[in-house]
Design a protein around this ligand. Structure first.
Ligand code: PLP
Length: 422
C-alpha cells in the first residue's frame, strides 16, 4: 500500500524527471505521442494482475469474466474504427504483431518483399538482424532514386523478379501516402499475400486523412501508440475469417503467452477516443503542422544553408529533412535541436553518403504537439525555430526561450502530480 515514492524513490525520481522533460520540451519524434489521462489510468490499473491466455470466452484461466469485456470492447471498437471484419488486439508491440503476421502468412524460408530499411522501411520488414530477416528470405524494393517516392513500377519489377510469398507495404520514415490498390494488383499478379503495416499513419486512416489499406490488404498490422495516441502496443486487422484464425493462433500460442489486459483495456479506450470529433481535429492539425514545417524548411534561407526535404514536402505527420548538402549532419541537427528543447531523431536518407550514426537526415513529426494542442500559429513558430536552429550560427539561448514559451503555453498533463498520480 506504500506509494512508489517511498517504496522505490530511485524509480519515482525517474518518473518525475521524465514528466518534467515531457512538459518542458517539444516532442517531435514522429513515432511518439501523449496518451490521454484516461488511457494512463486504464493502463496503470489492476488489470495488469490478470492472466488471460486464450481469447474472450475461450480462456485457459478462470476469473476472466471482466477482462473478457475489455478485450471484446477493444476488438469491436477496432473493427468499427477501421471498417475491418476481424481484429486481434493482443500483440504486446508492433514488432510482435508483425512477427505474428509473418508467422500466419508465410513459412520460414519463404521470400518476403518490403521497403528497404535505409529507404524508410521497418526492422520487422526484413532487416537481416531482425527475426524477419533471419527466418525469412528477405528482399526489398527501394524508392525511386530521382524522386525518393515509392514507385509502383519499381515495386512491380522487384515483385516479378523475387516472386515473394508476402509483399509488405508500410514504413517508418516516409512522408507520402501509399497506393494500396496498386500494391494489391501487384500482389495478385505474382500470387503474393499483401500485408500493410500502417503503424505510423493509423491515426490518419482512422480519421479519413489517409486512404485505408483495410479493403486491399490480406492483413493490416499497426501499433496503437503513434498517430493513434494509444498505449504502447500492437493490433492486427483482417477481413477474412480463415486468415483471422491463422493470425489468432500466430499471436497466441504462436508468439505470446498471457496478453497484457491492462494495455488491452487502454487500447479499447484509445479506439473509443479515436472515433471522436476531437481526434479528427487533432489529426488535421497534425497534418497541417507537418505541411507548415515543410514550407518553412523549403524557404530560400534554409535552402541556402543546404537544407532540403525528401520528396519536396509531406502528406502525412512527418517531414524528412535532407542534409546531404548541409555542413551539419543528422546527429548534429538532433543535438542542436535537443539543446533548444526540441526532441527529434536522426535518420538515414536513401543512398546516404554518410554513415548510419551520423546520417544525412532528420525525421520530424507533429503528432505529439498536435495532441498538446498546437494549431497553425504554434506550428508556424516551431517551424521557424527549427529552421533557424539548423541554419548557421543559431542563437541557442533565444531559441530555447521561444521553445519554453510554447511549452509553457500548452501545459502537459495539468493536474498530474509527479510521479504519475492525479
Ligand atoms: N512497424 C512500423 C512501421 C514501425 O514504425 C514500428 C515502430 O517503430 C513498428 C512496426 C514496431 O513497433 P514497436 O516499437 O511497438 O515494436
Amino acid at each position: 500500500t506504500d506509494p512508489l515514492s517511498s517504496v522505490d524513490p530511485e524509480i519515482a525520481a525517474v518518473l518525475e524527471q521524465e514528466l518534467g522533460r515531457q512538459r518542458g520540451t517539444l516532442e517531435m519524434i514522429a513515432s511518439e505521442n501523449f496518451v490521454s489521462r484516461a488511457i494512463l489510468e486504464a493502463q496503470g490499473s489492476v488489470l495488469t494482475n490478470k492472466y488471460a491466455e486464450g481469447y474472450p470466452g475461450r480462456r485457459y484461466y478462470g476469473g476472466c469474466e471482466f477482462v473478457d469485456i475489455a478485450e471484446d470492447l477493444a476488438r469491436d471498437r477496432a473493427k468499427a474504427l477501421f471498417g475491418a471484419g476481424y481484429a486481434n488486439v493482443q500483440p504486446h508491440s508492433g514488432a510482435q504483431a508483425n512477427a505474428a503476421v509473418l508467422m500466419a502468412l508465410a513459412s520460414p524460408g519463404d521470400r518476403i518483399l518490403g521497403l528497404e530499411l535505409a529507404h524508410g522501411g521497418h526492422l520487422t520488414h526484413g532487416m537481416k538482424l531482425n527475426f524477419s530477416g533471419k527466418l525469412y528470405d528477405a528482399n526489398s524494393y527501394g524508392v525511386n532514386p530521382e524522386t525518393n517516392l515509392v514507385d509502383m513500377d519499381i515495386v512491380r519489377d522487384q515483385a516479378l523478379a523475387v516472386k515473394p510469398a508476402v509483399i509488405i507495404a508500410g514504413w517508418s520514415a516516409y512522408p507520402r501516402q501509399l497506393d494500396f490498390a496498386a500494391f494489391r494488383a501487384i500482389a495478385d499478379e505474382v500470387g503474393a499475400k499483401l500485408w500493410v503495416d500502417m503503424a505510423h499513419f493509423a491515426g490518419l486512416v482512422a480519421t479519413g486523412l489517409h486512404p485505408s489499406p483495410v479493403p486491399y490488404a490480406d492483413v493490416v498490422s499497426s501499433t496503437a501508440h503513434k498517430t493513434l495516441a494509444g498505449p504502447r502496443s500492437g493490433f492486427i486487422l483482417t477481413n477474412d475469417l480463415d486468415t483471422h484464425k491463422k493470425i489468432n493462433s500466430a499471436v497466441f500460442p504462436g508468439q505470446q503467452g498471457g496478453p497484457l489486459m491492462h494495455v488491452i483495456a487502454a487500447k479499447a479506450t484509445a479506439f473509443k477516443l479515436a472515433a471522436e470529433e476531437e481526434f479528427k481535429d487533432r489529426q488535421e492539425r497534425t497534418v497541417r503542422g507537418a505541411r507548415i514545417l515543410a514550407e518553412r524548411l523549403m524557404k530560400d534561407d534554409a535552402k541556402a544553408a543546404g537544407i532540403d526535404l525528401l520528396t519536396g514536402g509531406t502528406d502525412v505527420h512527418l517531414v524528412l529533412v535532407d542534409l546531404r548538402t548541409s555542413e551539419i549532419h543528422g546527429k548534429d541537427a538532433e543535438d542542436i535541436l535537443h539543446s533548444v528543447g526540441i526532441t527529434v531523431n536522426r535518420n538515414s536518407v536513401p543512398n546516404d553518403p554518410r554513415p548510419p550514426l551520423t546520417p544525412s537526415g532528420v525525421r520530424i513529426g507533429t503528432p505529439a504537439l498536435a495532441t498538446r494542442g498546437f494549431g497553425d500559429e504554434e506550428f508556424t513558430e516551431v517551424a521557424d525555430i527549427i529552421a533557424t536552429a539548423l541554419m548557421p550560427n543559431p542563437d541557442i539561448e533565444s531559441l530555447r526561450a521561444r521553445v519554453q514559451r510554447l511549452a509553457d503555453g500548452f501545459p502537459l498533463y495539468p493536474g498530474l502530480q509527479s510521479p504519475g498520480t492525479w
